[in-house]
Design a protein around this ligand. Structure first.
Ligand SMILES: O=C(O)CCC(=O)C(=O)O
Length: 241
């Protein structure tokens, strides 16, 4: 077994230094920037993970999340980033893995707003087959000060109690994070984490954006089950029942 898979199965997360090169990242960034700036087209899929912050009439986004960007820009689905991440997801969790949803998360410069500790499974419905993996792709060089990912090893499938940040913000939970490790990445590098793995990122205190593309994979049959129950990852954030 390769070290990427061994790490993932042992710790619930792993990294790939280079999923694709800088030119490939630039192709994605052209689409990404277009989506970030088009608030009208993305309005129904867009929110601030920090919770909505209205100062006078101006809305300042700190952690922009755009769910299912490929619904607006279907060319994304054909991009090599998606096929490479899918192949890796299959290697990690089995050949029946498919793309469940994609999302963009951008931390704007100097917004200094952490994404709180959480498990992705807290956002999802309870499915019989629990296999799920998220590929978090760096489209900027990421490090602690602009919000690279931090992880805690996971050894079970318990979902901790989560609450929402006020004003429609992200889910968060309380846990001992003293053993957490950060994963800085170059452009085109990525991490893979399991749905039960606790993760977080610091706020962006730098002059530049921190743009990430996230692709989530799970078994085809579980995606069908989700869709039958109306779960398509476009809706309002809430903790699972
Ligand atoms: O990009 C971030 O800050 C958080 C990403 C995240 O929570 C995820 O990919 O599940």
């Amino acid at each position: 077994m390769n070290t990427i898979k061994t790490d993932f199965l042992k710790n619930g997360f792993t990294k790939v230094d280079r999923l694709f090169d800088i030119d490939t990242a630039q192709e994605l960034l052209d689409i990404y920037n277009h989506l970030l700036h088009d608030k009208e087209k993305t309005a129904h899929l867009r929110s601030d993970l920090a919770g909505q912050n209205e100062t006078n009439t101006k809305i300042t986004e700190r952690i922009t999340q755009i769910m299912r960007p490929s619904l607006i820009e279907p060319q994304l689905l054909k991009h090599i980033a998606y096929s490479k991440a899918l192949q890796q997801a299959k290697d990690l969790l089995g050949d029946d893995m498919e793309l469940d949803f994609d999302m963009l998360i951008n931390k704007a410069p100097h917004t200094d707003t952490p994404t709180p500790w959480h498990q992705d499974a807290a956002y999802w419905i309870n499915l019989p087959d629990k296999r799920a993996v998220s590929c978090w792709i760096a489209l900027d060089k990421v490090y602690e000060d602009n919000g690279c990912m931090w992880f805690l090893s996971v050894h079970n499938q318990n979902v901790l109690e989560h609450n929402n940040l006020p004003n429609g913000g992200a889910l968060y939970c309380h846990t001992d994070t003293s053993k957490a490790i950060s994963i800085p990445l170059d452009i085109g590098g990525c991490t893979f984490h399991d749905g039960f793995t606790l993760h977080y990122s610091r706020g962006n205190t730098t002059d530049s954006q921190r743009r990430a593309l996230i692709l989530n994979f799970r078994p085809k049959k579980m995606i069908e089950l989700e869709r039958e129950q109306g779960m398509d990852h476009t809706g309002v954030r809430k903790q699972r029942s």
